[in-house]
Structures are given as structure tokens and as C-alpha cells.
Design a protein around this ligand. Structure first.
Ligand code: GLN
Length: 494
């Protein structure tokens, strides 16, 4: 049961061959078996999951028309509010906090009949690329338990790669869906900014944060994308255009006649040889499938990482001011002798981890008068140049491609004390956050050196999310023919 795709599970439940309760039970058993090794979840909600599953079965029995994912289990990133489960963002400052309302993404999962198994581990407040910045311990990569599952949505990627759930949610601010998907052999999609709602998503960098799906194949990702995306009047940056035809595109799966641009800036020095080998082979594959492949230069992409590390911390320093010991979660030192300011300072000192503090300090500095123009202002100008590079590139080609990450999954601990090395994991993913366009990562093979998964990134214009799925599905189909099945068959280390 656990090795089936989400689409297959949905069909089996719809046809009455199995029930949502049975499917939920199988996944809860798997969680029992492997969580000790993986640590993908911060909170497992077995009882509620079985209740939700039983409710789907009852709706079905009553003859209600339900969507294709009704009864399918899902792992939900702990950055989305859930009124029946804690929401901590893997931070001590929100330990035990149960929100009074559901995020729009949560509401839509429930409406689609998805069964929420629990909340997944992440880098604290989504800051990181390895899930080591969680206050509740790191998550392991199911391909090799001594390695990171990517981040910040590493609990979600690990849960799906470990077959604890067929689907998961994530959020991508600088790469936090695509990078973990790449290093665990999954499909992970960052929709067009504003295409999926931020209402009830604990904010990191509001102009970049984008919810998106994780799955073990392209069609499943498209089905989940469709289930929770679309206009939300509660999010002021939500776009009102209809959700692009992502499911249709995933089924279309062909690239004949498409123009594909290889981003010149994303190869060479700093890239693992095995990553480049798989990427270059995939370029040849796309040509053999009838795509016209050309090289495209996007010179501003070289400055994307530096400008991101000014803009994201600036927005974070403002967003995280709300954790003031008065409103939510933790309160330290409130013994009747201290002022509100002292309690606030003690709470923030105790409740935030080192990376979160680093970002708050960096962001506050970049926004301070005297430095604002030199840092934040310049970074915003670079952001405009990146958007212009994309615009020029998409005048020539339909999609752009690159490796998703410069390396495969690195060992836990290797970059923990070296923030610069950690930040480099998102080198290729950040431009699409800066410009707000759609981008996906799909598996394209295993690196020669370490036998670990490599991701192909496909970037499409704003609101052309369907192109990511169309090209991703074509690559998936051709590679599965070559491999005789999917890249990920069983979690190799479990
Ligand atoms: N790794 C990047 C960071 O640490 C991106 C995180 C994200 O997308 N949430 O900021």
C-alpha cells in the first residue's frame, strides 16, 4: 500500500477496493516503524488522521462526489497553521502553540479530503538548507541516514522519500521545496508567487514565501498543486488568474518543438562532477525527445544569492518582531519583577536559535538608516535585474533548465558551522524566488561519486507553471523507460 502513488491510492479508494481508513493505517504503521531513524515529523496526529479518513469514507458512502486525492494521506510542513495540531516552525519560541485558525492551504487540503498525518520537521522558521536548524533535532535522508534531507522543508521531503506519506506540503522562499526534493529523489514544485496562498503560513520573507507540493512523481505533484492553489481573498498578494492547467500538462508529458534554454551561469566551478554529468545527459535526452536546446546567459543570476541574503533577512527581521513573549508561545522571566522589555529580551534570547538570531541581526542592520540604500536598496535593484534577465530569456525560450543544486546531499554536520557553505545550496533556486516565476525539481539520476539523487530544475515564466509539469513529466517518462521504473523505489537506507 505505502509504495503506491497518490493518484493510484485515490483511485483505489474511489473504486471501493480499499478505504481511506486502511490507507491511513498503513502509513501510520510505517511512521511507527521508521520515525526513530528518520525524524521527519514534529507531531504525528494518528487519532485525528483516522477520524478524517473515516469522514472521507462516510462522505463517499453517502454518494458525495469527491476529488482525486480524497482519502490520500499527507504530511504537512509545520509552518502552516492547523487548529487541531501544534504549529511550531521547529522553534522553541512556539513550542506547544496550537493556532486558533487554519491556513488557507490547510483548509483546502481538508476540503479536498486529504488526510493530514501530522506536521513535519523543518529548519527553524524555514531558515536553512539542511533541517539541522530545527530546535527538535535534525531529520535524516532516507537514502543515507548520515546525510541531510535538504531544507528548510526537510521533514516533508524525508517523509515522502521514506514512504511515510505519498505527498507533503512545503514552502519555498529561496529553494526550500526544490532543494530538498532534489537531494531526496523527489519532485518538488515552487508555484508562481501568489499562485498559492500565504494566509496562515508563518511568515519568513513575505515577498518570496510560496507554498508548494512534494511527491514521488510529477502527476502526483500536479494533483496536489491543483488541490491547494488558486485565488485567496485573505492574501493580499494572491493572484486572481485561474490555476494553470498543471494536471493536464503532467499528463501531456512531451517536449516536441519546445525551446529550452540552459542557464550558462549555473555550471562549472563549485558543481559536483556527478551532478553535471547527469544534468548534461538530461540535456541530450531533451534534444532526443524533440526539444530545441540553446545556451542562455542570465548575468544577474550571479548576484542572486548575495541580494537574497539581504532581502530575506530584512523581511524576516520585521516579520519575527511579532514573537514578543506577549502574543504566542514561550515567555521567559515573567516573575513580577521584570519589565515587559526585559521579558521580551529574555524570551527571544531563549526561544530563537542561532541562525534565526543571525538573520534578525543581519536584516536589522541592512534596514538601518545609513545602510538602507547601500544594502537593502541595492539588493532590490539587483532583484529587478534578475527579473529582466528572466524576461529576456523567456523571449527566446519556453523554459530554462539547470541543476537544482550544485551538490548531492551532504553529511549531517558538514556545513553546520559554515553559513556561507550552507547558503550555496540554493545558488540555482533563488533567482526564481526573486522574480516570482514558477520552477520545479525532478529527479534526473544518481551521481557517480556517491550514488545519491540529482535534481533537474525547470523554470518557466510567471503563470506558466504548466510548462514545468509538461517538461518534468516528459523527462520522468523517458528516464523511467531507461531505468525500467522510477528512480526512488524503496527508501534505500530503511
Ligand atoms: N535555504 C534558504 C534560506 O536559508 C532558503 C530557505 C527557504 O526557501 N525557506 O533562507
Amino acid at each position: 500500500m505505502i509504495f503506491k502513488t497518490a493518484a493510484e491510492l485515490g483511485e483505489l479508494i474511489a473504486s471501493g477496493e480499499t478505504t481511506a481508513v486502511e490507507v491511513a493505517q498503513a502509513h501510520l504503521e510505517r511512521i511507527e516503524q521508521v520515525e526513530g531513524k528518520v525524524n521527519a515529523f514534529l507531531h504525528v496526529s494518528a487519532e485525528r488522521a483516522l477520524e478524517q479518513a473515516a469522514a472521507v469514507d462516510a462522505r463517499r458512502a453517502a454518494g458525495e462526489e469527491l476529488g482525486p486525492l480524497a482519502g490520500v494521506p499527507i504530511a504537512h510542513k509545520d509552518v502552516f497553521t492547523t487548529k487541531d495540531m501544534p504549529t511550531t516552525c521547529a522553534s522553541k519560541i512556539l513550542e506547544g502553540w496550537v493556532p486558533p485558525y487554519d491556513a488557507t492551504v490547510t483548509t483546502r487540503l481538508r476540503e479536498a479530503g486529504l488526510v493530514i498525518l501530522g506536521k513535519t520537521n523543518m529548519d527553524e522558521f524555514a531558515m536553512g538548507s539542511s533541517t539541522e536548524n530545527s530546535a527538535y533535532g535534525p531529520t535524516s535522508n532516507p537514502w543515507d541516514l548520515s546525510r541531510i534531507p535538504g531544507g528548510s522543508s526537510g521533514g516533508s521531503s524525508a517523509a515522502v522519500a521514506a514512504y511515510e506519506a505519498p505527498l507533503a506540503t512545503g514552502t519555498d522562499t529561496g529553494g526550500s521545496i526544490r532543494q530538498p526534493a532534489a537531494v531526496t529523489g523527489l519532485v518538488g514544485m515552487k508555484p508562481t508567487y501568489g499562485g498559492s496562498s500565504r494566509f496562515g503560513l508563518v511568515a519568513f520573507a513575505s515577498s518570496l514565501d510560496t507554498p508548494g507540493p512534494f511527491a514521488r512523481n510529477v502527476l502526483d505533484a500536479a494533483l496536489l498543486h491543483e488541490a491547494f492553489s488558486g485565488h485567496d481573498p485573505r492574501d493580499s498578494t494572491s493572484i486572481s488568474e485561474p490555476v494553470p492547467p498543471v494536471v493536464e500538462a503532467a499528463r501531456q508529458a512531451d517536449v516536441a518543438g519546445l525551446r529550452i534554454g540552459v542557464v550558462k551561469e549555473f555550471s562549472g566551478e563549485g558543481y559536483q562532477a556527478g551532478v553535471l554529468n547527469r544534468f548534461n545527459e538530461t540535456v541530450e535526452l531533451l534534444e532526443s525527445l524533440g526539444a530545441k536546446v540553446v545556451e542562455v546567459s542570465c548575468p544577474s543570476f550571479d548576484y542572486a544569492l548575495s541580494s537574497y541574503y539581504l532581502i530575506a533577512p530584512s523581511e524576516a527581521s520585521s516579520n519575527l518582531a511579532r514573537f514578543d513573549a506577549m502574543r504566542y508561545g514561550l515567555r521567559v522571566g515573567d516573575d513580577g519583577t521584570r519589565s515587559a522589555e526585559e521579558v521580551m529580551a529574555l524570551t527571544r534570547a531563549a526561544g530563537f536559535g542561532p541562525e534565526v538570531k543571525r538573520r534578525i541581526i543581519l536584516g536589522t542592520y541592512a534596514l538601518s538608516s545609513g545602510y538602507y540604500d547601500a544594502y537593502y536598496g541595492k539588493a532590490q535593484q539587483v532583484r529587478t535585474l534578475i527579473a529582466r534577465d528572466f524576461e529576456a530569456a523567456f523571449g527566446q525560450v519556453d523554459v530554462l533548465i539547470s541543476p537544482t543544486t550544485p551538490t548531492t546531499a551532504f553529511p549531517i554536520g558538514e556545513r553546520a558551522d559554515d553559513p556561507m557553505a550552507m547558503y550555496l545550496a540554493d545558488l540555482c533556486t533563488i533567482p526564481s524566488n526573486m522574480a516570482g516565476n514558477a520552477a520545479i525539481s525532478v529527479p534526473c539520476g544518481l551521481a557517480d561519486e556517491d550514488g545519491l539523487p540529482v535534481g533537474l530544475q525547470i523554470m518557466a515564466p510567471v503563470l506558466a507553471d504548466d510548462r514545468c509539469y509538461r517538461v518534468g513529466a516528459a523527462v520522468e517518462k523517458a528516464l523511467e523507460d531507461r531505468w525500467g521504473g522510477p528512480l526512488l523505489r524503496k527508501a534505500p537506507a530503511l
